[in-house]
Design a protein around this ligand. Sequence first.
Ligand SMILES: Nc1ncnc2c1ncn2[C@@H]1O[C@H](COP(=O)(O)OP(=O)(O)OP(=O)(O)O)[C@@H](O)[C@H]1O
Ligand SMILES: [Mg+2]
Length: 116
Amino acid sequence: MDNALGLGGDCEIGYGGEFFYVKDHGSGLDPELFSINRPLRSSKYLRLPTRGALGNGLRVVAGAVVASGGELYVSTRGKTYKIHWQKDGRALPECLGAYHEEGTKISLICMCCLGT
Ligand SMILES: Nc1ncnc2c1ncn2[C@@H]1O[C@H](COP(=O)(O)OP(=O)(O)OP(=O)(O)O)[C@@H](O)[C@H]1O
Ligand SMILES: [Mg+2]
């Protein structure tokens, strides 16, 4: 949500069936950004004591999904991907089909979100 709001437009959040999702109308992203082993890199310049801008947010999301045995899907730049993580932490996006909307939709099921 922080990333979506940082793009300056609307952010939609929801819960459909088993999945939580966050949707924005931004420029889209590279699904490999969900790699847990990627270097801390951010495109953000405004750093405040109250926010990170460290390049860590997507890694934390990915870590929570992996650690709890969940699933994560990214729809962006015309395609929907399921993210698989390699043993070295790299995200391997599997293309599942077309995505016809602008921006990015991130859907996840994470056992810690469900409190189980
Ligand atoms: N929804 C999005 N749309 C477009 N680009 C995104 C989106 N989410 C993340 N990004 C890009 O991915 C980068 C990494 O995101 P991530 O959340 O990991 O770190 P950050 O937002 O830069 O810093 P932090 O989350 O630590 O405050 C961002 O700097 C941004 O360039
Ligand atoms: Mg972030």
